[in-house]
Design a protein around this ligand. Sequence first.
Ligand code: NAD
Length: 245
Amino acid sequence: MSTRSPVRVLIHGASGRMGRALLRLAAERDDLAVVAAVSARGDALPEAGAVPVLPAARLSDAPAFDVVVDFSLPEAFDPLLATCLARGAALVSGTTGLSAGQFAALDAAAARIPALWAPNFSVGVAVLTELVRQASAALPGWDADVVEAHHIHKKDAPSGTALQLGAAVEAGRGRAPHYASLRAGDIVGEHTVQLAGAGERLELVHRATNRDIFARGALEAARRLAGRGSGRVGFGALLLGGAAR
Ligand code: NAD
């Protein structure tokens, strides 16, 4: 049992697939206390239990919190970032499809608050990203493709994770890969980086079968980020340290 007081968390995007998993898993931890849940409309949520659920329009009424865990939509991002700045609270965001302007605003905000955005909160993908960088550096002349598959409700393509893996390919061999995206059924998330040379092919694959892994990773990131100084940090660096980004 923890002797420190729990980190106060606001879950943003609480009614979504990820938000409901976050509420359920946060309730199992005694080092985190969810103080409010925010969704677009603020409808009652069974997973919230006694936690107050607020509509996005009343975000500024939320009680005091140390860190936000955000899995919502890009249109919700700007008011959320402004609220974190106004409260001096840390931000952990997994929302994908953010614009270049929104990433620039996040970088600027990180001068004043701790901030972490990651397209994927699985430990396996953090390790895969490093392996992809190493393999691409060792095989600079080979063709590189990033292929991703997700459920039919996913709005952005290529996925944020595919773009992270593509950046690792580019860091390794100096050129971006090609991307291909599939949307089918209820696939949680699959990513393959294929490096193809003459007469041989290397595939590095990650398959997520349960979105709880992302929720667990984001909650652990929230605990570690709260209480850190301002600045932007990557999920791999926060969890794995060392060479991970
Ligand atoms: P979802 O559509 O099921 O839920 C979206 C949530 O956002 C809902 O609670 C909705 O009420 C809320 N919302 C919508 N508009 C809002 C607004 N204007 N203000 C406040 N809240 C608003 O989506 P999901 O499957 O839970 O995914 C959410 C996001 O997380 C997506 O961007 C998805 O790509 C991303 N995601 C990231 C990871 C990761 O590991 N980084 C993993 C899974 C999903």
